[in-house]
Write a protein that binds this ligand. Structure first.
Ligand code: CMC
Length: 431
């Protein structure tokens, strides 16, 4: 970041001396006012619940322009990456800052492949869960447990350990998500196969059985790869900020990423794709397209507590670019599977059409986000609803680990410690 010529002056109505605050510019996006010395000089904090106006760090990984609907990983538009590169190219890019050349890509693929099995003992650990456990509950446990199984890569001061733990997480996530699925189905775990692509291997671990192999359909493989790419990183969202805050204490990366998985689970974040599909299924079961108008009235009524899931975003005040790519993929997958007339897709298109014209949504700049279509495409591939968020976690792992690594390597890195405005009782004593 560079110091801007612009400066901010903070003045007070009570006659206290005003304070000059430095302003910094990044490569793109809004400038930031540096308030680090504010407390020391004024004895005051800033107040920003939900971080509506707070940049918590400097980062060179992902950039979002919410007004334009633009998403860049290391400067490359998401559309170009989704159309021209595969997910492991994107992982390499996010981790290292540049796209790999052919030799670097081959080496990276090999490293990921060589780490994709999990410690055999993890199977027994997983078997301790109830069969009806939610896959996100299992995944939070499994990722956290990685620090027990792979404690030889938990020295965060050692860049080699940080690299190995990053590769381990990226490589083992598909295996663990597929294991969580197989466990809840009561089917045997399927080991990874290194002659398949990252996405193809995941599909096979999900859908093959020891009695019948699974032939990877290239359209579904490409769709799964795109789902991974579109979810790979999204700057300082709730789960990434959780990973950074958790990791700022110096805990190991597996523990920090487990915290990210737990945060992602919530319906306002990664859980929205599951919530969105439930919403579409409910609406379909209760009248479908004919009832869209009635449903939208509920959505617009603040007292109903009903939200149009898959719509709205804290940062995007325009069409989420990932939603456009996901809609394209949904059409491709439905066509490849002969499901062009899928009623849920039709319902989603109708909801989108009405919402984009409705003044409530227009005024609030609410557009479809990535989760609006990702559930429909995953359902068509055969992924059950309750696994959607786990797949999001799988894909986001690279973003979390890159952001964690960036924080650990930053010379200005400090433990994260927000302050508060205390509004409880004043001092009182026990009588
Ligand atoms: N349906 C109906 N109204 C909405 C919606 C929605 N989906 N989203 C926002 N609003 C309204 C909200 O009621 C408020 O209205 P008013 O000004 O009259 O009070 C206004 O729009 C602003 O909403 P907000 O809750 O203050 O906005 P936020 O930035 O805090 O929340 C959000 C962003 C994503 C949590 C929210 O839009 C939402 O709950 N969307 C549905 C859940 C969803 O799809 N989440 C996935 C996000 S994308 C995936 C990811 O990155 O994790």
């Amino acid at each position: 970041m560079k110091l801007s010529d612009n400066k901010a002056t903070l003045s007070f109505s009570n006659g206290a001396p005003s304070m000059e605050l430095p302003v910094y510019s990044g490569t793109l996006g809004p400038d930031v006012i540096d308030i680090r010395k504010l407390y020391g000089q004024t004895d005051m904090f800033t107040y920003d619940p939900g971080f509506l106006s707070t940049a918590s760090c400097q980062s060179s990984i992902t950039y979002i322009d919410g007004d334009k609907g633009e998403l860049l990983y290391r400067g490359y538009p998401i559309e170009e990456l989704a159309q021209k590169k595969d997910y492991l190219d994107v992982c390499y890019l996010i981790l290292n800052g540049e796209l790999p050349d052919a030799a670097q890509k081959a080496d990276f693929d090999l490293q990921v492949n060589r780490h994709n099995m999990v410690h055999e003992q993890m199977h027994f650990f997983l078997r301790g869960f109830r069969r009806d456990a939610h896959p996100m509950a299992i995944l939070t446990g499994l990722v956290g447990a990685m620090s027990a199984f792979y404690h030889d890569s938990t020295d965060i001061t050692d860049p080699t350990h940080r690299h190995i733990s990053a590769i381990r997480l990226i490589a083992k996530m598909p295996t663990m998500v597929a294991m969580a699925y197989k466990y809840t189905k009561g089917q045997p775990f399927i080991y990874p196969r290194n002659d398949l692509s990252y996405a193809g291997n995941f599909l096979r671990m999900m859908f093959a059985t020891p009695c019948e192999d699974y032939e990877v359909n290239p359209v579904l493989e490409r769709a799964m790869d795109r789902i991974f790419t579109l979810h790979a990183d999204h700057e300082q969202n709730a789960s990434t900020s959780t990973v950074r805050l958790c990791g700022s204490s110096g805990t190991n990366p597996f523990a920090a990423i487990a915290a990210g998985v737990a945060c992602l689970w919530g319906p306002a974040h990664g859980g929205a794709n599951e919530a969105c599909l439930h919403m579409l299924e409910d609406l379909q079961a209760n009248g479908g397209v004919a009832k869209v108008g009635e449903f939208m009235e509920k959505v617009k009524d603040r007292n109903s507590g009903v939200r149009l899931m898959g719509f709205g975003h804290r940062v995007y005040k325009n069409y989420d670019p990932r939603a456009k790519l996901m809609q394209e993929t949904t059409k491709e997958v439905l066509a490849a599977l002969g499901l062009e007339n899928d009623p849920l897709f039709k319902l989603a298109m109708e909801l989108e059409r009405i919402a984009l014209e409705d003044q409530y949504f227009v005024d609030r700049k609410l557009y479809p986000n990535v989760d609006f279509y990702s559930g429909i495409v995953q359902r068509a591939i055969g992924v059950p609803n309750e696994l959607f968020t786990a797949i999001f976690a799988l894909a986001r792992t690279v973003g979390w680990i890159a952001q964690w690594n960036e924080m650990i390597s930053d010379p200005e890195y400090k433990i994260g410690r927000p302050r508060q405005l205390y509004v409880g009782e004043g001092v009182r004593h026990i009588k």
